[in-house]
Design a protein around this ligand. Sequence first.
Ligand code: MRU
Length: 353
Amino acid sequence: MTEFAKLEAVRLDEEKGALVLLDQTRLPTETVFLNLRDQEDIWQAIYSLQVRGAPAIGIAAGYACYLAAKYSPADSAGGLERDFIAARDHLATSRPTAVNLFWALERMTKTLEANRDEPVAAIRHALLAESHAIKDEDIRMCRAIGEHGLGLVKPGMGILTHCNAGQLAASRYGTALAPIYVAHEKGYNLKVFADETRPLLQGARLTAFELQAAGVDVTLICDDVAASVMKRGWVQAVFVGCDRAARNGDFANKIGTLGVAIMAKRYNIPFYVCLPHSTIDMRAPSGDSIEIEERNPKEVTDMWYEKPMAPENVKGYNPAFDVTDHELVTAIITERGIARAPYEESFRNMGLA
Ligand code: MRU
């Protein structure tokens, strides 16, 4: 295992009773771990992208729910439930798009409800076990996505990815980077192009960092270079992650993904979406029902510059995600296998209801 592979984006330190996050806003120059106990600090960490990426947000939310119960002063099940629900409802307001957040909160709520009649200590214990289960499952799911995705890549292939859907966004392997990591283990010598991913630069700060640390051949490009490398014939497949897929296969991912999918179609390049089943929202009929987070326009005008790069008070529009139509998707790679159109049928065949 490389030194990087040992870095965990999210974990629980049971001894310290703290959620430990690798602060992703400080990468790639600084490796800083946050030890968080307070619900407000955890909310801020999710909102400010110190922990980010759909699966990692879900794992953090699971541990946050456990910590809410652990630190609740209540000595009755009813009191504990009230504190748990207050924390859960607050966490649910941190970011709207990644469905893994709500999926994890729902799982933790069901665990609480199933143990309602138990003593307070037993409820806390059940919540601890469930939060660990969410993370352990994620590790297995990411590895399985990598195994399924391996069949779609060939040695020496050029692959383009957008944003960061790697180990930092989940647990080991990540989602879109999982087939790349598994292929790397087998000596496939892939050539990866990482879009820098404006405005928050997850591709530059995180994807380029983690692939380089793992010894994968990675080239960082500005977002607007993607069409050129495709036209030159340097890209044979696109792999991206997902924050929420609707049941018809439309999906939300980092802003810019839609453009990449349109370009891939233009140049006949297969476009693959990688996700664990927890990212599929069967309640969403299409991408139209996915809420898209809008963030502060200052992330576009000021954030990465020594001085503002836009006129003061200029209007800005800064959606964090866009929705790609399922028609542009070649296949969706999950831990349960590869889904192809019609996606609703494919998802149902995988046991999703
Ligand atoms: O705003 P972010 O950095 O949380 O957005 C992350 C993405 O869009 C990822 O591609 C997605 O969450 C998949 S992560 C395995």
